[in-house]
Design a protein around this ligand. Structure first.
Ligand code: NAD
Length: 503
């Protein structure tokens, strides 16, 4: 694999790019935390972290704003989100720079993340005129039965490092048109992009005259998130991150009868059938497995290949991996940037050692190139061993083989996670069976396309240990509202349901 890590920028150069992108943004100076970059591993700026009192004040302000925001007409609320979308369009390049600086995403993927935010703002602005309720046939004469949707309250958004801005926008754009206010706790690893997009929302709030407290940003570590989790004034906690995190917060929010929307880890697989078109499958697999340096929740981690084509397919994948340039994510030629931290690279090495101890054979990559840079790896496995069943947040593709379609589906579903899945086949019956009730058990199931790179129009999320939440498109908005069933008697008689008579 072409290793370009000898030609990395300096930390000063990376800092200069960040400063340019942040020129209009107020940075809370301090020395509680350091903004840092995985490109060099260097520190960029000292920051003041939010305190427990800040969290309390943010939730109070969001609650206060909610009182007026909930009765603001939804299409007027949509105007705020439309304005945010316009500002994101204007600042797309600088925002993408910040994502590259803090996460190490290559330029094209960083721009793609901002585009996704613009798309979700467009979607939410349209949605602001489509928060439909149902009209239901009443069993009683002279009665009208309807369902109405009302704003829910303060939404606490806790987000992960790997989509540091898009996940915020999925939640915030939808929550705002639904009439909720938002308090956001981003990943401790991505404060700069969080400050930048929050600043743009503040500008949009000022332009449209929306109440100021409708959005609040809190910087800090998980203790800040825990405070949001435990505060009864937060009606919904929408949390994106590891299954470990979801397992901790789910019961805590449930204990106070709050709502959660959980978007947790994945362990995504693609089945490759004997009829698969390799010209589709190979680029689809390589992007899904090695793109974003293997740090998408939808990254392809398991390849379940028919035995007859396994040797041929893996040889072609090994060859494709040999041409993946690794290095400076700002360099247009780079396809694989750094992992988020040196520790993440260490976890990848540990997983590869475990895979080998469990009988796996490394066919490509797997070397550490210094700092947080690694070579994406392909590992041929003897079976779905313990390491294959875990999500290692790094570019490791485990290759498993199958003989019958039923065996492929059984292997596919035999992991604790249930986020994304795909099949490469030209056999329509196989494709349909993969999508059927006894096929893939995931929230996302694709045909002839990889597991990653979802569009915002569909509901996004997964089953089992992925948490069951749905964000973004389709009717995911319902999670951000409360439902009321209304019965109106416009007759002159009191008729009881189920023919009950009384008095
Ligand atoms: P993480 O779980 O370490 O942290 C995520 C966020 O949760 C951070 O803001 C963190 O501060 C906060 N947090 C952690 N423990 C908490 C607690 N006990 N209470 C309150 N807040 C807490 O995850 P990460 O390393 O930032 O991100 C990678 C993980 O996120 C992967 O597992 C990936 O699959 C998952 N992810 C899932 C989706 C999805 O939509 N399903 C999307 C992106 C990332």
């Amino acid at each position: 694999m072409p290793d370009h890590t000898a030609a990395l920028p300096t930390t000063d150069e990376v800092r200069a790019r960040a400063r340019a992108a942040l020129r209009d943004v107020t940075i809370p100076d301090g020395d509680d935390r350091q903004a840092r970059t995985p490109i060099t591993g260097g520190d960029l700026f000292g920051l003041r972290a939010s305190t427990a009192a800040d969290v309390d004040q943010a939730i109070a302000a969001a609650g206060e704003a909610f009182r007026t925001w909930r009765t603001t007409p939804a299409p007027v609320r949509g105007e705020l989100v439309r304005t945010l979308g316009d500002l994101l369009r204007q600042h797309k390049s600088g925002l993408a720079d910040l994502i590259t600086v803090e996460v190490g995403k290559i330029r094209s993927e960083a721009l793609g993340e901002i585009q996704e935010m613009i798309d979700v703002c467009d979607f939410a602005a349209g949605l602001s005129r489509q928060l439909y309720g149902r009209s239901i046939a009443s069993e009683r004469p002279g009665h009208r039965l309807t369902e109405t949707w009302h704003p829910l309250g303060v939404v606490g958004v806790i987000s992960a490092f790997n989509f540091p801005a898009a996940v915020w926008s999925w939640n915030t754009a939808i929550a705002l048109v639904c009439g909720d206010s938002v308090v956001w706790k981003p990943s401790e690893l991505t404060p700069l992009i969080s400050l930048a997009v929050s600043h743009l929302l503040e500008v949009a709030i000022a332009k449209t005259g929306a109440p100021q407290g409708v959005h609040r940003l809190l910087l800090g570590d998980r203790a800040i998130g825990e405070q949001l989790v435990d505060d009864p004034r937060v009606a919904l906690v929408s949390a994106t991150g590891s299954t470990r995190m979801g397992r901790e917060i789910g019961p805590r929010v449930a204990a106070r009868f709050g709502r959660t929307l959980l978007e947790l880890g994945g362990n995504n697989a693609a089945v490759v059938a004997p009829s698969a078109d390799f010209d589709l499958a190979i680029p689809g697999i390589v992007f899904a497995a090695a793109g974003t340096a293997g740090q998408r929740c939808t990254t392809l981690r398991r390849l379940i290949v028919h035995r007859d084509i396994a040797d041929d397919l893996t040889a072609r994948l090994v060859s494709a991996y040999g041409n993946l340039p690794i290095g400076d994510p700002f360099d247009e030629a780079t396809l694989v940037g750094p992992l988020i931290t040196d520790q993440a690279a260490g976890k990848m090495t540990a997983a590869l050692e475990q895979a080998q101890a469990e009988g796996g054979k490394v066919l490509a990559g797997g070397n550490r190139l210094g700092g947080a840079y690694v070579e994406p790896a392909i590992v041929r496995c003897t079976g779905q061993t313990p390491v294959v069943r875990e999500e290692t947040f790094a570019p490791i593709l485990y290759v498993l083989t199958y003989d019958s379609f039923e065996e492929a589906i059984a292997l596919h579903n035999d992991v604790p996670q249930g986020l994304s899945s795909s099949i490469f086949t030209r056999d329509q019956q196989e494709a349909e069976r993969f999508l059927a009730a006894d096929g893939s058990d995931c929230g996302i199931a694709n045909v002839n396309i990889g597991t990653s790179g979802a569009e915002i129009g569909g509901a996004f999320g997964g089953e089992k240990e992925t948490g069951g939440g749905r964000e973004s498109g389709s009717d995911a908005w319902r999670a951000y509202m409360r439902r009321a069933t209304n019965t109106v008697n416009y007759s002159s008689r009191l008729t009881l349901a189920q023919n009950v008579s009384f008095l």
